[in-house]
Write a protein that binds this ligand. Structure first.
Ligand SMILES: Cc1cc2nc3c(=O)[nH]c(=O)nc-3n(C[C@H](O)[C@H](O)[C@H](O)COP(=O)(O)OP(=O)(O)OC[C@H]3O[C@@H](n4cnc5c(N)ncnc54)[C@H](O)[C@@H]3O)c2cc1C
Length: 387
């Protein structure tokens, strides 16, 4: 057996997606020696955009990569929610998004996280095959032991399946989702379009590109369903290269009773994959990473700090499906009337609360004993908003 480090505390991170890389940065900032084991041959992400709401940006600031995020380019904040007929239902995003908002290419987000880590922390082409509660990992013929293991290996997590047996099987929803990036701008709209059985979103990215996404209930999983939708949906679909459209299913992982056992903690989708209805999956992974580093090695405190929040956000994301793609015209009509009638304070309260996340202070033990990397002060993000 090789020990991955000779002195100090070591963390082995399984998975080099957004959650794993963020955990590596956060733990390293708090004095841990980190190794990221990623099964892919390189650190990158699928060809789609990702929206980052204020809580995700707060977490990226806490990691010290906020300036790099701003340099990578800021997309346009969602301005409106419309229905499929083009009727404007909601225009009041400005207030909850004062904490910042951006849309960027997933590959750019991964790249800026990778750049915040020294190359010798990163082990691409390393599939973790087994894990023990005592911090042992098996990778090919090699066995390594760490003081902390972070399971950041995504929705089908081998770490979760091995150490949380029977607790957290992946839940299929049957809901189809499509994502793509246009190399051209779509003028005149930034936001979401909610219909019956389906939804669509269009968000301008930096560099004149456009991120679009769609989702549809089982039985409505064809672009034909969007043919009669108001502008800009037909224009976006006509401009999209079918070869570059990603098609997936919404998958969920029920939040386990604890996010940590022995020396092993779960972060991100491995712990709580959720429907992307509120654009919160990566945001939760980033929050997990910052919170884990603030509490580690006290993993019970980490689990306690995170569990209720991720449960609540996962629940909200599930509820949002009913609103965004209801299963009858009648429900859609009630939604459309309600969206216009409900007072602003009431409409915005849940999301405003959700976005108002603050990074936890490090535990007193850590603060007293561990050398900390300085977190740069970052100016508030300048978002461009529609009225
Ligand atoms: C359609 C859609 C739209 C979304 N939009 C948004 C959005 O706008 N905003 C947002 O915040 N979130 C969004 N999300 C959610 C977000 O994409 C995920 O929550 C986030 O990517 C999870 O990151 P992760 O690091 O936990 O997992 P992953 O990104 O899945 O990373 C897991 C990594 O682990 C590696 N791995 C797996 N097994 C092993 C192993 N045994 N050994 C070594 N490595 C391994 C994988 O190769 C992978 O690199 C969306 C999700 C979907 C499906």
């Amino acid at each position: 057996m090789s020990n991955s480090m000779s002195q100090g505390r070591s963390a082995g991170i399984v998975g080099g997606g957004i959650g794993g890389l963020a955990a590596a940065i956060a733990l390293r900032n708090d004095g841990w020696q980190v190794t990221v084991y990623e099964r892919a041959q390189e650190f990158t992400e699928v060809g789609a955009g990702i929206s980052l709401f204020p809580n995700a940006i707060t977490a990226l600031d806490a990691l010290g990569v906020g300036a790099a995020l701003r340099a990578a380019g800021v997309g346009e904040a969602p301005g409106e929610i419309r229905n499929a007929a083009g009727r404007v239902l909601f225009t009041r995003w400005a207030k909850p998004l004062t904490g910042g908002f951006t849309v960027l290419h997933r590959a750019d987000l991964i790249s800026l996280l990778v750049q915040a880590l020294p190359g010798d922390c990163l082990r691409p082409g390393s599939t973790v095959e087994d894990v023990d509660l005592d911090g042992t990992l098996r990778i090919g013929g090699e066995t390594v032991r760490h003081d902390l293991i972070v399971g950041a290996d995504g929705v089908h997590s081998a770490i979760r399946q091995r150490l949380w047996p029977g607790d957290t099987a992946v839940r299929r929803t049957g809901i189809t989702t499509w994502r793509g990036v246009l190399d051209t701008p779509v003028s005149g709209f930034a936001g979401g379009i909610v219909g019956v059985h389906a939804e669509f979103g269009v968000l301008p990215m930096s560099g004149g590109r456009t991120y679009f996404f769609a989702a549809a209930q089982p039985g409505f999983d064809s672009f034909d369903h969007f043919a009669e939708w108001a502008s800009p949906v037909p224009e976006v679909l006509a401009a999209a290269d079918p070869e570059r459209i990603l098609r997936d299913e919404f998958l969920e992982v029920p939040v386990p009773r604890t996010l940590a056992v022995g020396k092993v903690a779960l972060v991100g989708d491995s712990a709580h994959a959720m429907r992307p209805e509120l654009g919160q999956g990566a945001a939760m992974a980033l929050e997990d990473a910052v919170t884990l580093a603030a509490h580690a090695p006290d993993l019970r405190a980490y689990s306690k700090a995170r569990r209720r929040r991720v449960q609540a956000v996962s629940w909200m994301s599930r509820q949002a499906t009913r609103n965004n793609m209801p299963n009858s015209r009648w429900r859609a009509a009630v939604r459309d009337v309600g969206a216009r009638a409900v007072p602003e304070g009431l409409a915005l309260a849940p999301t405003s609360r959700l976005f108002r996340w603050r990074a936890p202070a490090p535990t007193p033990t850590d603060a007293a004993t561990m050398p900390k990397a300085a977190h740069p002060t970052v100016e508030p993000l300048a978002t461009s908003r529609r009225p």
